[in-house]
Design a protein around this ligand. Structure first.
Ligand code: BJW
Ligand code: ZN
Length: 247
C-alpha cells in the first residue's frame, strides 16, 4: 500500500502520538469483534449481557458469558498491529494508547503507556465494595462468587450505562488534546465517550488517521482513512515512516 506523502510527513515530524484502539485490532489475533460481519452482537444484544440490568436479572448467565470469553482470551497472542504500536512507542518521545479492549493484548505486545477505558476481563471486582479480587471460579452451575462483604464478584469491565474509570478517561482526553498525530484503529466509533477521543484530538489540531476495514462515523472528519486489516496497514505505514525517519 502506498500512503500519501503528507501522512508519512506528519508521522515523521510528530513528537506526540496518541492512539485509540477497538476490537478490530484484536480480530486478527482471533478475538471476536462486537459489531460487523463476525461480531458477537449479531446474535446477542449488548444490553442483554453487558449491562447492570442484565447482571442483576441473571448474574449466572452474565458471569458464564464472561468466563467463556476469558478462557478464549487467555491464550491469544498479540498480532502485527499490536507489536507495531509497541515499536512506535519505543521511537516517539510521547506515545499513548487508549484502548476500548479488555483483552490485555497491548501490554502483552510490550506497550507500556496503555489506558484501558473499558477495564480488563482478566481482573474481577466486587460489585458492592469495589475490591479487586483475583482467582475467582465462575464455573457453570457453581454458586455465585462472593466477596468477603458478600457482594457478587464481577469482571472489572465497563458496562453500558456505567462510568468509565475517571482518571483513565481524563488522561485519554489529555493525550488526545496534546497529540500531533492521532490514530484510530479498528473501532466502529459508535460507543461513547471513547468515540469522542479522535474528535477531541482533531478539535485540538491533531492530524487524525483512521484504520478500519470499512468507513465509520469518524471517516468524514479524519484527515486520512486507510481501509484494510490493521495487521497489514499499520506495519506497512510504520515501515514507510521509519524509512523517512532514517533517511
Ligand atoms: C477491523 C478489523 C481488522 C474488524 N482491522 N479493523 C453519547 C451519545 C450516545 C450514547 C451515549 C453517549 N454517551 C454515553 C452513551 C451511552 C453508551 C453509548 O455509547 N451507547 C451507544 C452505543 C449509543 N455509553 C455508555 O454507556 C458508556 N458509559 C457512559 O457513558 O457513562 C456515563 C453515563 C452513565 C450513565 C448514563 C449516561 C452516561 C459505557 C460504554 C461501555 C461499553 N462497554 C463495552 C463492553 C465492555 C465489556 C465487554 O467486552 O463485554 O465495550 S460495549 C463494546 O463496544 C465494548 C467495546 O469496547 C465497545 C466498542 O466497540 P469497538 O471496539 O469499536 O468494536 P466493534 O465491534 O464495534 O467494531 C470493530 C471495528 O473493527 C469495526 O468497525 C470493524 O470494521 C473493524 N475491524 N476487523 C481493522 N482486522
Ligand atoms: Zn466486597
Amino acid at each position: 500500500m502506498d500512503f500519501p506523502k503528507n501522512v508519512i510527513e506528519q508521522l515523521a515530524a510528530a513528537k506526540r502520538v496518541a492512539v485509540l484502539t477497538g476490537a478490530g485490532i484484536s480480530a486478527e489475533s482471533g478475538v471476536a469483534t462486537f459489531r460487523g460481519k463476525d461480531g458477537i452482537w449479531n446474535k446477542l444484544k449488548p444490553e442483554e449481557l453487558a449491562s447492570m440490568d442484565a447482571f442483576l436479572k441473571n448474574p449466572s448467565m452474565v458471569l458464564e458469558w464472561y468466563d467463556y470469553r476469558r478462557k478464549l482470551i487467555i491464550d491469544v497472542k498479540p498480532n502485527n498491529a499490536h507489536t507495531t504500536l509497541a515499536e512506535m512507542e519505543a521511537r516517539y518521545p510521547y506515545f499513548a494508547i487508549s484502548t476500548q479492549n479488555i483483552d490485555g493484548l497491548h501490554r502483552k505486545a510490550g506497550s507500556q503507556n496503555v489506558f484501558e477505558l473499558h477495564g480488563n476481563i482478566l481482573r474481577n471486582r466486587c460489585n458492592e465494595c469495589g475490591a479487586i479480587i483475583d482467582d475467582v471460579e465462575f464455573a457453570k452451575g457453581s454458586p455465585l462468587p462472593r466477596c468477603t462483604c458478600n457482594g457478587i464478584v464481577r469482571p472489572d469491565v465497563v458496562w453500558f450505562g456505567e462510568m468509565l474509570p475517571v482518571e483513565i478517561l481524563e488522561t485519554s482526553y489529555e493525550k488526545a488534546a496534546q497529540a500531533d498525530v492521532y490514530l484510530s484503529v479498528g473501532t466502529s466509533a459508535v460507543v461513547y465517550p471513547a468515540a469522542q477521543l479522535p474528535m477531541a484530538a482533531k478539535q485540538n489540531g491533531a492530524f487524525v488517521i483512521e484504520i478500519n476495514l470499512e468507513p465509520t462515523p469518524l471517516s468524514p472528519y479524519v484527515d486520512a482513512s486507510f481501509f484494510g486489516k490493521a495487521g497489514d496497514v499499520l506495519p506497512q505505514l510504520w515501515r514507510q515512516v521509519k524509512e523517512r525517519l532514517d533517511a
